[in-house]
Design a protein around this ligand. Structure first.
Ligand code: SF4
Ligand code: SF4
Ligand code: SF4
Length: 325
């Protein structure tokens, strides 16, 4: 969808709405963090790019290998896909000599579902196949309810849900925070995410989102080069090991973006270099649902507005990049 197509869609929706009886206005703000929100903290400065988390995710979720080399010997996905829910990507500039440096350096970044506090995918799904757990806030997917419309694919601002185009009965694939490992009688007691369990350095840890945020802020407050202890596995239950505080970008990605996410990120290289752009604090879902309810009287699907917002955000980022060149 380009900008012209988006505007056409909105105008078409408006034309239909103009002939219909007006609906009552129902503005809404961002949804708030659920009381027992769970998530991950990924600290790119602790990541060594071993991809053990990619393999553990596949094993835990029963996903097949994906080949990008000619020998087809190793699982080598280049991005998240219908076969891969979690990926580690590498940033490299110039000579790429120094880790966690923007110029002539390199860095790692994890990409998977961020479990948004106010998820666009849930807002856009017409049949509630995408759901946000009211207690833990984990965003899950039910293939039995899914009608394959791919609205969630269009609506997600982080390009996360992927459709299995190569399957006779395709499903949407995205990280569900290993919710299949949760205790059936208590959804707040996780066995916990495979990627965090296996991570050897504590770059990915699992825990309550508020405690992960406190841990992230603790790291940001450290003087670069200071020795400190990092938890491994999960907060409050794993082991600890020594690390050196990095020269972090002073931002926890996911604290404010689009109303916040339950997966948080730290980095020493600016996030926009790593595929995570600046985003407003108001969620796209709240904007689209307010527009849908107040302006278009339920006659325009939220995905049209959500898709337009995502496309406009991407255009704006591209324009910024072009201005910088
Ligand atoms: S990152 Fe995308 S798929 Fe994940 S919860 Fe947010 S909107 Fe949904
Ligand atoms: S493709 Fe996505 S939006 Fe459409 S029904 Fe399935 S989960 Fe919902
Ligand atoms: S397992 Fe940990 S250190 Fe290895 S790539 Fe994943 S996040 Fe990085």
């Amino acid at each position: 969808m380009d900008r012209r197509q988006f505007l056409k869609g909105v105008l078409a929706g408006g034309a239909v709405a103009a002939t219909a009886a007006p609906a009552p206005a129902e503005a809404r703000g961002n949804l708030t963090m659920p009381p027992k929100a769970m998530g991950l903290l990924y600290d790119g400065t602790l990541c060594i790019g071993c991809k053990a988390c990619v393999s553990a995710c596949k094993e835990s979720n029963g996903l097949p290998p994906e080949f990008s080399t000619e020998d087809h010997m190793w699982d080598t996905p280049l991005d998240i896909s219908g076969k891969t829910k979690n990926i580690i990507k590498m940033y490299k500039d110039g000579t790429g000599e120094v880790k966690d440096r923007e110029k002539d350096g390199y860095a790692f970044m994890k990409h998977s579902c961020l479990h948004c506090v106010d998820p666009s995918c849930v807002s856009a799904c017409p049949v509630s196949a995408m759901r946000k757990n009211p207690e833990t806030g984990v965003v899950t997917y039910d293939p039995h309810d899914c009608i394959g419309c791919r609205y969630c694919v269009l609506a997600c601002p982080f390009d996360v849900p992927r459709f299995q185009y190569d399957k006779a009965f395709p499903q949407i694939v995205k990280c569900e925070l290993c919710s299949h490992l949760a205790s059936p009688d208590n959804h707040t007691r996780f066995e916990y995410s495979a990627c965090a369990q296996v991570c050897p350095t504590g770059a990915t840890i699992f825990g309550p989102t508020d405690e992960l945020m406190a841990e992230a802020k603790r790291r940001l407050a450290l003087k670069p080069g200071t020795d400190y202890m990092v938890p491994r596995g999960k907060l409050g239950g794993g082991d600890w090991q020594m690390a050196k505080a990095a020269n972090y970008v002073p931002q926890v990605y996911g604290e404010k973006e689009l109303g916040g996410t339950q997966v948080l990120k730290l980095s020493a290289v600016p996030f926009d270099k790593l595929g995570y752009r600046d985003l407003p604090e108001r969620s796209f879902a709240s904007i689209s649902e307010t527009m849908q309810h107040s302006l278009y009287g339920y006659l325009i699907a939220p995905v049209v507005v959500l898709g337009g917002l995502v496309v406009a955000a991407k255009h704006s980022l591209r324009d910024q990049d072009e201005d910088q060149e």
